[in-house]
Design a protein around this ligand. Structure first.
Ligand code: FDA
Length: 467
């Protein structure tokens, strides 16, 4: 055996919120674990950094009131939350560039358009209520809903282009971060069902409610601290050998024996079970030996991450508040499609956060950095006025350039993929289990979902190891 051979009950690949939750739950159930992490830090898509003296959430940050798995975890780890600043008017910019202040959720559009938006929200709430986020593929019309793109379906519901553009935004730019033609109605309904309703996605005060004092990366940092030396950094798993039937019961005749994971640094872990806790676009980076079953290899090719740039701009003061603005701003017609007051707890400076999604992100990434910054700040100035042009600190999160993520926020299926493969996405392959926010029924794409699936996966393995 090599000097770096480690033996454990369970090897967890990936020290994000999901993998670390599963590792702690398994250890609490009396099993030995080790977590192998590719990066030189834990947290994956959660990353709180000091940039030029400002504390910024590079990745995930908000907590909404229905996310009880995350809320429990925060309480258990002794972490406190604070509310996002939201006093005052929001801003909407229309297709012709008109800027309007408004309150409430419905954008300040012509009364006919507002009525269409309300009608579509009610219609979607009805459809979403029929979809079980744990099994959207079981909906009687799943195959049909999975064949039509979100864009196409919306265009069949209304001729009002502005109503359509606004409704599209809540799922496309704001959540899946893919163009509305690139995913299905079923995928859109799953996104909303997973957050409780379509109305929840429209309600920024719900979906972007609280932040964590010290940053949301405190969650993985504290979970990792509890595991001590059983979290190994700079240990990208390159190869995973496994033995056992292609389904968890070993029903094809081969008993499950276990895995050997080979990671950077000459690390070799022999374990009875493995949890692959990565976003699914990275599964293919591991050399599975033997190869995964046909259906699984196919399914993984139909999942991809969206693309969004999260931009922070920190100013000497939160100047928009003096104008009676909350900092909340939307426009499907601007580079920055949504923006918020993101001032850090206790920092007297004011911070705005804006998001640039999918093809708009491609467009600005094709520009030199200074020009990209100028375009993005001009977009913020459309909402908040010329003072927005001169931040003290400016930072663009660029997750698509990160080798161990490659996009943001999370993965979704291409057209038809969810109804075709979704039912199998968390089925273990022999000793190999899958856990990530991208497969979560509730809290899909969110930290809450990563934690939920981490718990479920750990419970399933603990049950098998007991038996
Ligand atoms: P995650 O990707 O975090 O973890 C996977 C880990 O595996 C990583 O640490 C990675 O380095 C590692 N890894 C990859 N390949 C490996 C290999 N071969 N070997 C070993 N390790 C490997 N959510 C939310 O609830 N509220 C929010 O406000 C936001 N906002 C937001 C903004 C931005 C910009 C992003 C990118 C994301 C969000 N999210 C969010 C989403 C949220 O951050 C995300 O869903 C979860 O953190 C994902 O946790 P997981 O553990 O599933 O994967």
């Amino acid at each position: 055996a090599s000097a770096n051979r480690i033996e454990r009950d369970v090897v967890i690949i990936g020290a994000g919120a999901s993998g670390l939750t599963a590792a702690n739950a398994l250890r609490d159930a009396g099993h030995s674990v080790v977590v192998l992490e590719a990066r030189d830090r834990v947290g994956g898509r959660l990353w709180t950094r000091e940039i030029d003296g400002a504390t910024l959430e590079i990745g995930g940050q908000w907590v909404s009131p229905d996310q009880d798995a995350l809320i429990d975890t925060l309480a258990e780890l002794g972490l406190e939350t604070y509310s996002r600043y939201r006093e005052g008017d929001s801003v909407y910019v229309a297709a012709d560039g008109t800027r309007t202040r408004f309150t409430g959720e419905i954008f300040p559009v012509a009364p006919e358009t507002a009525a269409e938006i309300e009608r579509l929200i009610a219609l979607l709430d009805g459809l979403v209520a029929e979809v079980d986020p744990a099994a959207p593929w079981d909906h009687p019309r799943a195959a049909e809903y999975d064949q039509v793109s979100w864009k196409q379906w919306l265009s069949e519901q209304t001729d009002d282009v502005e109503a359509r553009d606004n409704i599209a935004l809540y799922i496309a730019e704001a959540m899946l971060t893919k163009p509305s033609h690139a995913f299905s109605l079923l995928q859109a309904l799953l996104m909303a069902a997973s957050a409780g309703s379509f109305s929840h996605l429209v309600d920024a005060d719900f979906i972007l409610d609280k932040r964590v004092v010290g940053g949301l990366q405190q969650v993985p940092l504290k979970l990792a601290e509890r595991l001590g030396d059983d979290v190994i950094l700079n240990a990208a798993v390159r190869r995973l050998e496994w033995t056992g039937g292609a389904d968890a019961s070993g029903a094809d005749g081969t008993p499950i024996q276990g895995v050997v994971a080979y990671a950077d640094g000459g690390i070799e872990v022999a374990a009875r079970r493995a949890i692959v806790a990565l976003p699914p676009n990275l599964f293919e980076r591991i050399d599975f030996q033997p190869a995964l079953p046909r259906l699984v290899q196919q399914a993984h090719q139909h999942l991809s991450l969206g693309l969004v740039i999260k931009v922070h701009a920190v100013y000497a003061t939160p100047f928009w508040r003096e104008q009676g603005l909350s900092g909340t701003a939307f426009s499907p017609y601007r580079i920055v499609h949504e923006a918020y007051d993101n001032s850090y707890d206790g920092d007297p400076r004011g911070t705005l956060v804006g998001f640039v999604s999918d093809q708009k992100a491609d467009d600005v990434f094709s520009l030199p950095a200074e020009e990209r910054k100028a375009r993005i700040l001009a977009s913020l100035a459309d909402y908040y006025g010329p003072e927005a042009l001169s931040p003290e600190v400016y930072f663009e999160s660029d997750w698509a350039a990160e080798e161990w993520t490659r996009g943001a926020y999370a993965a979704s299926y291409d057209l038809g993929g969810l109804s075709r493969y979704g039912a199998h996405q968390t089925t273990p392959v022999g000793p190999i289990h899958w856990s990530c926010s991208d497969f979560a029924p509730e809290g899909y794409q969110h930290v809450d979902g990563a934690i939920r699936l981490g718990r479920t996966t750990a419970a399933a393995i603990a049950e098998q190891l007991r038996g």
